[in-house]
Structure formats: C-alpha cells, structure tokens
Design a protein around this ligand. Structure first.
Ligand code: UDP
Ligand code: MN
Length: 587
C-alpha cells in the first residue's frame, strides 16, 4: 500500500524528473552549441585555412580553356630554361631590338616554362635551419606597369610553387594601368582559368607609379605579413620561411631577401649562396642607394641576418600592421624612386629596424632602363620630399647636389605638401637623423661635421681658381681620376666640395681620397676610393695655406690659371701658387 509519505515522494520525484530532464536538455543543448562553435573554429580559424581548402576557382577541362590562353601557352618550348639556365637567341639583331624595346629578352621569357625549375642556391647553413611550424601568413604584392605577361606569370608561379600554402595568404597583383593588350585582356582570362582563387587582380584606372601601386596593394592585402616583389622575379626553394620567421620574431623589423640576378639577355638565373661577408645598403648624399660591405666582428655565420641601413626597395617584407603604423609610403611621391631611402630612414628613426636575410633567395631581372612612363625627375623630387622630412639639418648635403630642388630658392619645381609626413615624427616620437647616422651608419662620411676644413678650395695666386673634380668623379663606384682646377662656382656644388677629414687627415670628398701619383715625371693628385686605402698614402697637412702630402712632402700647386687643368704636386716653395684657402674652417 502507498503510504502518504511515499505518495508525496513519488509526486515530488515526478516533478523533479521533469525539471531534471529539462535541465539536462538545456545542458545538452548548451554542450552541443559549444561543441559546434569549437568545431567551426577548428575547421575555419580565419581566411587562411578557408583558402587552403578551396585553392581553385574552378577546375576547367582542357577543351574549355579559351584560345587566348592556348595561344599564349603555345609559345613555350618544353625543356628550355629549366634549372635556371639561360637561352641564347641566335638572331643577334632580333635580340638587340627586343632588349631595346622591352629592356630585357622577352623572346626568351615567352619560351621558358612558367613553372621552370631553379637551382637551390642557399648556403648549406641555411638548409639546416628549422623554422617554426606556424608563421605569419603573407600577402605577396606584385605591382606592374606593362610587364611582359610570361615574366609576370613566372613570378606568380614561382611564388605559388615554392611557398607552403599555409604561409601564403594571397597574391595581390596590382596592375598600374597597363595598356599592353596581353595584360589588359589575356591576364584576367588566365587568372580565371589557370590560377588559384587566392591570386587576386587589382586594376588601377590611372598609372600612379610604383609607390602608389604598392600602397594600393598593401591596402587591399589582408595577410599578417606583406611581401613586395617586382613583376620580373623568381622565388626559389625555401624563400619565404626565413623572411616570415624574422617578421614573427620581431614585427618591427623589415626584411630583405638576397636578390639574385636573372640575366636580362638570356634569363639565366645566377644565384650566389653568400658567405660570412655580405653586402648591405648604404646611401649617397646625392640621394641614391648603394651597396656596402657589412662590417662584422668575425663571428658572423653565413645564415645570420645582417642589419642594413637602407634597402634597394623592390623586394622586402614587413608585418602589415607595422608597415602602416610607421606611415606606409608617402602618397605624395610620384613615379619611380626615392621611396626606398624614405622608408629606410623612417623605419630606423621610428623605432623599427631592417635586415638583409641571406637564407631567402629571390631572382630579379635587372634592367638597364625603365620601359614605362615616369614623370620628369620623379626620383629627385621624391628624394627632396624625403630629405625635407627625414634628413633634418643634413638635408644640406643632399641639396649640395641638387640646388635646383632647394625650397628656399624660388623654383618652378613644387615638391608638394609634406605636412602629414612631418606629423609622423611627432606622433611616433621618432629619433633624429643624427641618431640614425651615429648609430645605424657610423661609417658614413659627413663632409662638413667630420672635417677640419671644407668647402671650395681657392688658390691665393689665382683667386678665381678652385679645386674641381672636372666631372670625373664616379662617387661610390670609386673610379680613380686626376684632380683638377676650374673657375670657382658661385654656389658650392659637389664638383668643388672637398674636405680635410678630422680623424685621418684625408683630403677627400664623399668617397674619394687624394694621394700622389707619378704620371711620367709629372706628379699629379690622384683621387682613389677611400675605403681600403693605406692611410699613410692619403694623409695631408694644411699648414700656412699649403696642402702638403705627408708621405711625399710635396705641395699641391695650381699650374696656371686655366680652367680644366690638372693640379700638380711639387716641391714646397712658399709661393702663392701653392697657397690655398678653404671656404670653411671648423674650430
Ligand atoms: N612599376 C609600376 N608602375 C610604375 C613604375 C613601375 O607598377 O609607374 C612597377 C614595375 O612594373 C616593377 C616595379 O614597379 O614591378 C619596380 O620597377 P622597376 O622594376 O622598373 O624598378 P627597378 O627594379 O629597375 O628598380
Ligand atoms: Mn625591377
């Protein structure tokens, strides 16, 4: 029999059960939803994996491929150019015409497979390095104006073939308003039928120049890292990991691969593994990029990245956020040039760094001229913008080379508004250009600050006559020449700017140092590259107006008052022909 107590218990249990059941149902639903969310997150953590799971736009049957593509691909001769080999074009006249027109051998490019093999030129030390399994995925940005289609597509395929898919977020192609039909019509079709969905094409309606095009690419890119390549490159095995690793380890570090050469005549790929010695970037006061040997203490390994003061500019990678944080590129720069020094100075000054990464190898076709429109003197005007913003008081040394661009002097050249670029320095509390010179590039010779005396050197007997390089100076190319004399210019320009250096007593300009040279009995003042000179041979004394070569004890003499004569070294005799006045003396 059911006692009243038991009856109550049963009723309670009945009601409890429902609650418990409801409770369980709710919990079950909750668990299910959480599991679902976890599952979705795991299978789709972001766009990277999504692209990986569907890399193709659509797989087409060969008979569906449009004739434009068939035609284009028909030019390829199987086997040619494999393993990075070059092709000799027998018809020299045709070769000359082609190179004259396109700045490189497009005939060879059209015949070589878009997916040709390349030698693995990495140093053995590089091949042993284990990079992280997870690295920031990159947007590879390739900009172009009227690039030869086969060359552009070989660049694209070299990236697709030699980049592990998990590290390739996308390839962004930026067509800077090309008008070659190959680019405007065949490329979009090729993209649709032959390339994976993570290759995107962004077409600019008007040619904006390389700075604007790169910036447009970086703006549409969404990878954590961005890597810029020129449109005539070939990436080699293992090219991306060393770059991405350094970007991951140090997001404020811009990274530059080893740039191997692809011959403009034969398209042969010439890679060089590199060793303990490595070249890094420097600059000239005239505002150009140069290569300089990296100074290391002997413990450097061939695979070690090397800090570099500047970059050549075409090929580099960055953390996308950092690139934009420090101001991307200067949108006021037009055409071609100047942006590489601007980005270099800005990066270092605004708390970043840059390094050459020797384990990453990318080939590049170096061309002798630019086969596209560039607004007049865009390099000079862009560099003037850069100097105004980033060189502080040292801009004087740039303007010494380009007086025509000096803003203080009325001129028809307008470098445009730079106020927003100047603002960056305040916003980011960037360091000074002096800090950059002292810390990042201490070897850079500063013509005035580091000298006892500098400027025009005027003769006392012939006060109209000054030292002059007679346009024989090849700056960082270090071609030697005899120093001459010329009527003193009204303004101090680089041909008459000489310094007596404070530390080594060199009589010199930016790169070239004076020494004596016996030229068949007549002893001349020879200018030679300062680097690697024995200081005994290049030391001078400036005493009571005489410029005395320490090693020989001879004095610099103006032979007469004629323009264009070479200076001579003769026995010191105290005459006015051997007496010189420096324009400026430092205390
Ligand atoms: N470029 C561009 N628009 C221009 C000029 C250049 O998109 O108005 C591209 C060009 O196609 C190349 C890159 O910018 O991919 C760098 O130019 P180039 O290779 O001529 O420079 P270089 O390597 O000689 O310094
Ligand atoms: Mn290039």
């Amino acid at each position: 029999m059911i006692t009243p107590i038991r009856l109550i218990w049963l009723k309670l249990r009945h009601r409890l059960n429902w609650r418990v059941i409801k409770l369980f149902m709710c919990m079950g639903y909750g668990v299910f939803m959480i599991a679902l969310v976890i599952h979705m997150l795991q299978s789709n953590p972001g766009p990277v994996k999504a692209l990986k799971s569907s890399p193709y736009r659509h797989l087409y049957l060969e008979e569906e491929i449009p004739p434009e593509i068939v035609q284009f691909e028909k030019q390829i001769v199987p086997g040619l150019g494999e393993d990075g080999k070059g092709i000799e074009i027998k018809d020299k006249k045709l070769l000359d015409e082609t190179v004259k027109k396109y700045a490189f051998n497009r005939l060879a490019s059209d015949q070589i497979s878009l997916k040709r093999t390349l030698p693995d030129v990495r140093h053995e030390a590089c091949k042993k390095i284990q990079y992280d399994d997870t690295l920031p995925a990159a947007s590879v940005i390739i900009i172009f104006n009227n690039e030869i289609l086969s060359t552009l597509l070989r660049t694209v395929w070299s990236v697709l073939q030699r980049t592990p898919p998990e590290f390739l977020h996308e390839i962004v192609l930026v067509d800077d308003a090309s008008n070659l039909t190959e680019i405007s019509t065949v490329l979009p079709i090729y993209l649709k039928y032959r390339l994976p969905a993570n290759v995107i094409l962004h077409r600019l309606v008007e040619q904006v120049g390389l700075i604007g095009a790169r910036l447009a690419g970086a703006k549409v890119a969404s990878g954590e890292a961005i890597i810029f390549l020129d449109s005539h490159c070939e990436a080699t095995e293992g090219w991306i990991q060393p770059l991405l690793q350094r970007i991951k380890d140090k997001p404020n570090n811009l990274v530059i691969p080893s740039i191997d050469s692809i011959s403009d005549k034969t398209l042969a790929f010439n890679g060089f593994p590199g060793g303990v010695g490595i070249s890094v970037g420097g600059f000239t006061w005239s505002g150009h990029f140069t290569w300089i040997p990296f100074k290391h203490n002997g413990t450097r390994k061939p695979s070690d990245p090397a800090p570099t003061a500047t970059m050549a500019g075409g090929l580099f990678g960055a953390n996308r956020e950092f690139f934009f944080k420090i101001g991307g590129y200067d949108e006021g720069m037009k055409g071609w040039g100047g942006e590489n020094l601007e980005l270099s100075f800005r990066t270092w000054r605004c708390h970043g760094s840059m390094e050459n990464v020797p384990c990453s190898h990318v080939g590049h076709i170096f061309r002798d001229f630019h086969p596209y429109f560039i607004p007049h003197d865009s390099h000079g005007i862009n560099t003037a913008r850069m100097a105004e913003v980033w060189m502080d008081e040292y801009k004087r040394l740039f303007y010494m080379h380009r007086q025509d661009l000096q803003r203080e002097i009325p001129s028809p050249i307008d470098i445009g508004d730079i106020s927003s670029r100047v603002q960056i320095k305040d916003t980011l509390k960037c360091k000074s250009f002096k800090w950059y010179l002292d810390t990042v590039y201490p070897d850079k010779f500063i013509l005035d600050d580091q000298s006892i005396a500098y400027g025009r050197i005027r003769n006392q007997k012939y006060p109209n006559i000054c030292f002059d390089h007679l346009q024989r100076d090849t700056a960082h190319k270090n071609g030697f020449y005899f120093l001459g004399q010329y009527p003193c210019h009204n303004v101090l320009g680089d041909s008459q700017y000489f310094s007596l250096s404070r530390d080594k007593f060199e009589l010199r300009n930016e790169y070239m140092c004076a020494k004596s040279f016996d030229n068949e009995g007549s002893i001349k003042v020879q200018m030679v590259g300062c680097r690697d000179q024995q200081s005994r041979k290049t030391a001078w004394k400036f005493e009571n107006g005489a410029l005395i070569h320490v090693d020989s004890g001879l004095c610099i003499t103006a032979p007469n008052d004629s323009a264009g004569e070479e200076l001579v070294l003769s026995k010191c005799d105290g005459t006015k022909q051997q007496m010189w006045d420096f324009e400026f003396l430092n205390p």
